[in-house]
Design a protein around this ligand. Sequence first.
Ligand code: G1P
Length: 929
Amino acid sequence: MKSKTNTDIGGLAARSKKGPLWQFLDKKDGSFSAPFAEYISRLYFPLMNEAGMKSSVTPELKGDIASSFQHYLTPATGTEELSRNLSSRNVWVTVKGHQAWSATGNSALQKANRWSDKKEASEVEGHIGAFILRRENNEIGISSKITVFVPQTQDFVELMKVQIQNDSTETLHCAVYTATPIFGRHPDNFRDHRQVTTMFQKVYNEKYGTRVKPLIVHDEHGHNINDVNYIVYGFEADGSAPQSVWSSQQDFTGEGGSLDNPEAVFLNKTASDQNAINDGKEAIGAIKYKDIELAPGASVEYVVMHGISNDETTFEGWIKQYGSVQAFDTYLEENLAYWKAISENVAFDTAVDTFDNWARWIAFQLKCRQIFGNSYLPDFGYGRGGRGWRDLWQDLLSIFLVDPSGAQNEILNNFNGIRIDGSNATIIGTKAGEFIADRNNVARSWSDHGAWPVFVVNFYLQQTGDFDLLLQKLPYWKDQFTHRNKETDTLWNASQNFRQKTKKGDEYHGSLLEHMLIQQLSAFYNVGEHNNLLLEGADWNDTLDMAREKGESVCFHNFYSHNFKLIAEMLEALKEQGTVEIQLLSDLLILLDRLPNQQKVDYDDPAERRKRLKQYFDNIKHTVSGAQTSINIDLLINDLKEKSEHIREHIRTNEWIEIDATEGFFNGHYDNLAQPMHGLKKGNIQMDLTSQVMPIMCNVASEEQCSMMHKAVYSVLHDHEKGGLRLCTEFPEPNMNIGRITGFVYGHKEHGSKWMQQNIMFMYGLYQRKMPQLAYPLFKEIMHLSTDSQTNLIFPGLPSYFDPENRGAYAYLTGSAAWMLLSLTTQMFGVRGQKGNLMIHPQLHSEQFTTAGQATITCNFMNKRIKVSYLNPEKASFGSYEIESVRINGKNTPFIREQKDAIIINKTDFIHSCTQEINDIEVKLKNYQ
Ligand code: G1P
């Protein structure tokens, strides 16, 4: 806050009418400041560490603290609870002669004053890795600064530093209190057996604060002994113990009091009975620090520690490690450096400052997804820990850009979750090899799941040239579900170790390539009556979830066509390296029906396709033969190409809907009555964005179809006023032959909101098809929607979607971040691998170049850090520049020209030239027009 006077309040009025919610600070590292942020109700900010500590903070320091889905230190807080619930990390100051004051703004009085002239100035500062809240009380003449972060250690700890300053001209007699209610159990017990589980809790009043350790973890299937402790400790600046502690919430708030009006604070009490037994009561870590006299201009500091551990002896160590201002400051500095490095992994320097800053938050979001999955943060009340199959694959696309070696291990680990019938476990736990069939115990297969791994593996292979990965042998996952979850293997039980066995009882291992093939083949034959992929549980759009028998996904059928082609290309690459034969599970060969000696299937006959699949499924229902057959690589390539072509031609011919000579689009789905969902319905066009994205990205749509589709999408789904594309047109009424999508109010969620992931994938597809003139305007709209904080009312980053008022919803944890980073790096800035060689193909617009004509990306390639600077003195745009020369670390580098603006630097030359910690690659662009 610049001034310490009430004039700052004017800023609030200005903001609510026309000002932005936040502004980037000058540092170019994404840091921002947001005055009066508590006036926006649904804001939150994530804090986390690699060990898995997860917390969220709001401008009032609400938000929860958890170490896992089973272990919440504070009550789990969904978005709606933020304004209903009084639970927060609170800091109180009592000054002789004045009403008690909350430095987080959480007192009944301050809240009531928010809409009067007694409102107070406040400001939030967001740094990647730390959250700061400042507040002023002009009546008393004090101000506060509270900094919260999660240190990057192996501990489940969140730290908070409180600074209180006397801004008045008199000495103030003050007392400071901090108070965090402790929940200490599974979030399900928020309602379920709430009081029963409270009575399990041992509540310890300790020297530095409160420790809660429930005796039992409540589970009616069979209760368990609990090991986990939850603590809230407070420290004077030098690490000494505070004055007194309340561990019972009731004792702190008093009869008739509440968390925003606690009797202890308002009556300036000291906790008298430090030996009181509070077991079985709702707990709080409420701490009173030593009374102080603050001279004018003087300030005082405290540290609060929130922690979770199943070893109570660790707390002594934590007290020494974290419990002082000095320790706090050291860990904070380390933490900010850690996050700076993460957010710089892929960084940009262009003429557009907002873009350079905003991109930092997108890199941060990838880490959020790794740690939070799609649970924990306030908007993600549906999540229950773990990570979903399609999401973790997509995240890998850019995790690979920021952490290549980590990504390779994750790819291999995830392949262990594939079943021999081509379906997969849908939830991946936090530990390697931890899979769950379905989070809600609904046995189902998702038609898109088999498609994502090929896309990711292909990206990995192109970036590294490591084609040997394809031949790596891995096990298959096994449980009772077979036939893509439609049948049960009654011979299986959990003692068989969740691994696919052979008839002899050995664990069966097949190559990574075989795993991918099984997924594609299982999808290829699993078609409905219109000869498209059966929709099953749903596809990427998981709200199309009630067309499980007859529904079809043309949308993802595109993807499988592309995947067959990609696998054929991978095989070509293996062939170039000398591979002549591929070993495959012999049982699988009946699905490779174009091989000699196999009985051909008529692909135009859906029943025949399904019959062949059933034959395979019946054979491998419990065990596989374990035998492998060597197949000539060329014959295999031919088989796959034919399948790819068949799908492509089928979609192009049968699913294309022409509006007129210039506009057209694809039908994307069939419902459970086997009726097409899209096209002209009762005089209105019914259209789905994802179903246009896929044929573009998967090269199913011809070039002409791409332009016609782009036009149709812009005339039907585009928000002409505010920008962005809606995910679909309106379903007029709930339709139980389609799914829950039809029950959402139009404009929300999958039912027609401006869904970022598909906006970005549409943009990605357009760049990939070399149509930057169409992709760039969409990029600008996405960036505008995401950074126009006056309207979107979220902190910087990409949310999952924008609602009808253009408010950002489901912030931070969205697959969009991965697609955005992938698009920016590999398409817009055009830095990507081609079989391990470096391809440079920038598709940049003139306005992205600085006045000096420069645009720069810093990223990783082949384990080297590279800074690629495009030098474009005339500031020419895509389509009018060519690559003139390339210098690596000051020396001219040979390259192969692919086209005017695309070149390839050979892997050997690249590695030879990149000898520095950061390698400067200067690419000169020349205007040829
Ligand atoms: C979310 C889910 C994703 C699902 C999508 C559409 O996407 O995480 O699994 O496919 O909705 O239903 P996101 O918010 O990550 O874009």
